[in-house]
Ligand binder design. Structure first.
Ligand code: ZN
Length: 332
């Protein structure tokens, strides 16, 4: 089925951002409307179990032999599939929600150890050459759940091949019903990987006593207030979290994020406050005088927009000591 040399030249697959986390964040932003800052939790309807959503077994790794490569062999592979080159012992994740329907625990035959998944959409997926399986037939598994550990097993050996996992896919039916050679290219049904976001983290010692009951813009660095901003042509998608530590909190404080749209002259044309989050005092303030607050938001900025955070004290004497901002984002 797979040939022993896992040494074919790499047919690098360059992932296209098509149905990515980034696209989901954009969708969330658009759904909120003209303010162009995402707010709502990501719509579950966007993660439908359609073609193009299968998870690769081990992430965005090198494909050492494609489905077409398997078919082009002489003789052709008895079970064409995609070989993902990963070291022995790599966790393998379920491609989709479904039920485990078959499992083989011996290294015999060309398959070695394998595990088969019947996805909820009716399709049939087999993972070959495993070191071990983590779930029994009949088990319901979730997309992304670790179901096995990769190996190189086959022909009665632990290392019958070079280390890799082979994934075969049949549309409906079983390999016995449909014919082992009538598999289809799993890669055509796999979800493209997200491009890596930029990670940014900053920590600022603000040490300011907040005026009571007044929204105050939060600095995120010396003289810096904006969490993110875009010009006329650019756009930015991301998620960010702001962390506060404060003392003197007896009633609590509030946090919100505000988006501003600007015209070409840099004048603010529209202001949009996002939902307010209230942080109560830490329960046992005698033991821990610090209160921690956290505000997280996915966002999508397109056009001349910028966002910043504000806090409002609900009692006098609140001192915000530290402001930490963590952000993952993609520019386009
Ligand atoms: Zn193979």
């Amino acid at each position: 089925m797979c040939d022993a040399g896992d040494s074919e030249p790499s047919s690098e697959h360059r992932a296209q951002p098509f149905f990515s986390r980034r696209a989901l964040l954009v969708g969330a932003g658009v759904a909120v409307g003209a303010t162009a800052i995402g707010w709502d939790l990501l719509s579950p309807s966007l993660s439908a179990t359609a073609a193009g959503t299968y998870l690769r077994p081990c992430g965005d790794v090198r494909i050492s032999s494609s489905w077409q490569d398997h078919r082009n062999r002489n003789p052709p592979s008895g079970e064409p599939g995609t070989d993902y080159a990963v070291p022995v012992g790599t966790p393998i994740r379920a491609a989709a929600d479904g039920v485990i329907v078959d499992r083989k625990d011996t290294t015999s035959t060309a398959t070695g150890r394998y595990l088969a998944l019947r996805a909820d959409d009716g399709n049939y997926i087999r993972y070959l050459h495993l070191q071990s399986s983590a779930v029994l037939p009949g088990t319901r598994v979730a997309r992304g759940q670790v179901i096995a550990v990769s190996g190189a097993s086959g022909f009665g050996y632990e290392a019958g091949y070079g280390p890799h996992v082979h994934v075969s896919l049949w549309l409906g039916g079983t390999p016995l019903q449909l014919g082992f050679t009538n598999s289809v290219d799993f890669e055509n049904y796999a979800e493209p990987e997200d491009p890596m976001p930029v990670h940014q983290s900053s920590e600022y010692s603000w040490n300011a006593t907040l005026p009571n009951r007044k929204w105050t813009t939060v600095p995120v660095g010396m003289g810096k207030y904006y969490l993110a901003s875009t010009g006329t042509s650019g756009s930015e998608t991301g998620d960010l979290a702001i962390y506060f530590s404060a003392t003197g909190v007896t009633r609590g404080f509030q946090i919100r994020v505000v988006a501003e749209a600007l015209d070409s002259a840099g004048q603010v044309t529209k202001t949009s406050g996002q939902p307010v989050l209230e942080i109560p005092p830490t329960r046992d303030s005698a033991v821990n005088p610090q209160t921690f607050g956290q505000y997280a938001v996915p966002y999508f900025l397109s056009g001349r927009l910028r966002i910043f955070a504000q806090v409002r004290a609900l009692n006098s004497g609140i001192r915000v000591q530290k402001v930490i901002v963590k952000r993952n984002f993609w520019l386009s």
